[in-house]
Design a protein around this ligand. Sequence first.
Ligand SMILES: Cc1cc2nc3c(=O)[nH]c(=O)nc-3n(C[C@H](O)[C@H](O)[C@H](O)COP(=O)(O)OP(=O)(O)OC[C@H]3O[C@@H](n4cnc5c(N)ncnc54)[C@H](O)[C@@H]3O)c2cc1C
Length: 505
Amino acid sequence: MLSAVLLVAVGFGLAKSDIISSLQGPETAYASAKELQQAISELREALPGKVTTETIALDSYGSSSNSYHPSHPHSVVVHAQSTDDVVKVVDIARKYRVPIVPYGGATSLEGHFSGVSSGDICIDISAMNKIIEIHEDDGDLVCQAGARWEDINSTLKEKGIPLFFPLDPGPGATIGGMVGTGCSGTNAVRYGTAKAEWFLNLTVVLPNGKVIKTRRRARKSAAGFDTTKLFIGAEGTLGIVTEATLRLAPVVPTKVAMSQFPSVEHAVSAVQEILNNPNGSHIQCVELLDDKMIIAINKAGLTSKVLPVSDTLFLKLQGTDSSIKETANAIKKIFQKHGSSNFEFAATQQQADELWENRKYALMSTIAAAGDSSKVWTTDVCVPVSRLPELVYETKKDLAQSGLTSTIVGHVGDGNFHAIIPFKGEEDLPLVSAAVHRLVHRAIALDGTCTGEHGVGIGKKEYLVDELGPDTVALMRSVKNAIDPLNIMNPSKLYPGDETIPKDH
Ligand SMILES: Cc1cc2nc3c(=O)[nH]c(=O)nc-3n(C[C@H](O)[C@H](O)[C@H](O)COP(=O)(O)OP(=O)(O)OC[C@H]3O[C@@H](n4cnc5c(N)ncnc54)[C@H](O)[C@@H]3O)c2cc1C
């Protein structure tokens, strides 16, 4: 029905604002102030010792020092410890029509877990961090949704199990949040993103209070369409993930290499050639740090060595000693063909760690090099790899014309890049925000996306119609309306037009 309305709207050439307002969700009358207090009392009764309304907690759980989008404190924070706790919260929220905002590691960057102006319950899943079962022979693991990816990998290592979970977003991210944002990271060039089949099964509490499992533990299933995927990238707007079965990959030895190029274009064409080469499957990560980033790294001095200033690729190669050697030789030849001035291959683990430090400290170096009291806005767009040089070139030109400096770090094998833009104070925000806006439109015009991995949250909502078209967004909205007819699950995020203006406030 909604889709039909939109088709008519587009057919009659309606303005984008009209299209977006036609995508709004149902107009829920959220809880009044009195009902909200009743809901909080019921939460205290149902979950003794797990409910907080201290102002400092409400503020800190509702905002992020990594995001400059409008934020709002929550009305109450509940620290869930089990799926049953989550069901209790959802049942009370539904009874009083109070929005719920799921909260995991709080590392997301687009205002994803901000409170809602009409009042909301923030449900903190981070204490649900147990690994429940490890099936080494099957190469999978069952955990609670608050488990952090780094803890999972260190537990596997400590137990001597030669397997790991390859999705690697920000430090501290949890499985529930990673499902929520549809994350990826440096390993995506080899292992794909959260949208590949790394989540075999999810336990989800739906807005109607029902607890579902999206699948069983089998590696493959053709039993109907993929309900697991519904929740990947849904940003907590369709349900709350409480447990997950993760597929694990074998740990493969890696070696690190670094190479300098005369331009981003040279570096990208070298990457394209190596990834399409038979040795391409041995590349676990290929990261681009632009010349400005190298200057920042050298200035910040957080790493062991001063590097030549140039657009630089950092690679992790994986495989047996002989296959890594063969791959390194192939890469060296290809890179030389594309103008590489230097190819450094870490002979020892210590050298490898030292080289990779540069990638690891890229963000911190940008902040340190920008000087005291500087903040940074981190962007995330993704384009077909061949369009990356154009995007980088135009963006650098635009930022310079705007009087902004920026460093660039890219998961270049996927065409995913982040401009890290330092600024001093609130007064600079409009300038930075306008530059980011132009960058996103540039990426979409190059057949790319407004977000390769960080997700939509509040910050990228306005681009979805341009990127996907109104009918695709209307389809997403229809799914949302069917699963969450009261629009209580993380409203005002993800869906354009959803501003959750309360009726009775
Ligand atoms: C320094 C830094 C580096 C980063 N690098 C990367 C990177 O390389 N790749 C990348 O993809 N991202 C990166 N990120 C972003 C971030 O780490 C990811 O978005 C991550 O997936 C968020 O996980 P989280 O647990 O912190 O989720 P949160 O921030 O807590 O939540 C994210 C979203 O998921 C929802 N949510 C949380 N828990 C649940 C649940 N149990 N059920 C349903 N919904 C839930 C929330 O409501 C919210 O909408 C980086 C961030 C930082 C700060």
